[in-house]
Design a protein around this ligand. Structure first.
Ligand code: DAT
Ligand code: MG
Length: 152
């Protein structure tokens, strides 16, 4: 198994609903390490680069409007197969399809108001991390439980 870094964003609706702590607790309890985190209001320019794969789709403009509408919390999570693990913990794109027990399955109903984003591949993770963070904002450290978590 490969140790990976992935990018996650608690979107404006998640912040407004007071779900930052709930979401972070799930990631921490899973064993993922939060190696960078910040609160920011995503600018229009950043939003358009971040969601460039969706340019031209009917939901693109509403998506940009939503993601720039209030504060979000951006983070870098590290752990074995972190990309896949975070995607599974988030659940399917549509909250009505996402399984109970997943973040989207437990806390939302509207695809246009998803409360969380997570990178869908290592390539996307690298791109998204570099859009939101400078290299010196990401902290390399060991959690004291790592030898138990990974059996090293
Ligand atoms: P994901 O967020 O699961 O990676 P995505 O990259 O396909 O899904 O879409 C990004 C966001 O765009 C998603 O969180 C919500 C919005 N979105 C996707 N498909 C949509 C649709 N059919 N109608 C409205 N919004 C949509
Ligand atoms: Mg996506």
């Amino acid at each position: 198994m490969a140790r990976e870094r992935t990018f996650a964003l608690i979107k404006p609706y998640g912040v407004q609903r007071g779900l930052i702590g709930e979401i972070l607790s799930r990631f921490e309890a899973k064993g993922l390490k939060i190696v960078a985190m910040k609160t920011l209001v995503v600018s229009e320019d950043l939003a358009k680069s971040y969601y460039s794969e969706h340019i031209g789709k009917p939901f693109f403009e509403p998506l940009i409007h939503y993601i720039t509408s209030g504060p979000s919390v951006a983070m870098v999570l590290e752990g074995d197969e972190a990309v896949k693990v975070v995607r599974k913990m988030m659940g399917k794109t549509s909250p009505t399809e996402a399984d109970p027990g997943t973040i989207r399955g437990d806390f939302g109903l509207q695809i246009g108001r998803n409360i969380i984003h997570g990178s869908d591949s290592l390539t996307s993770a690298e791109r998204e991390i570099s859009l939101f963070f400078e290299a010196n904002e990401i902290v390399d450290f060991e959690r004291i439980d790592e030898q138990w978590l990974y059996g090293e």
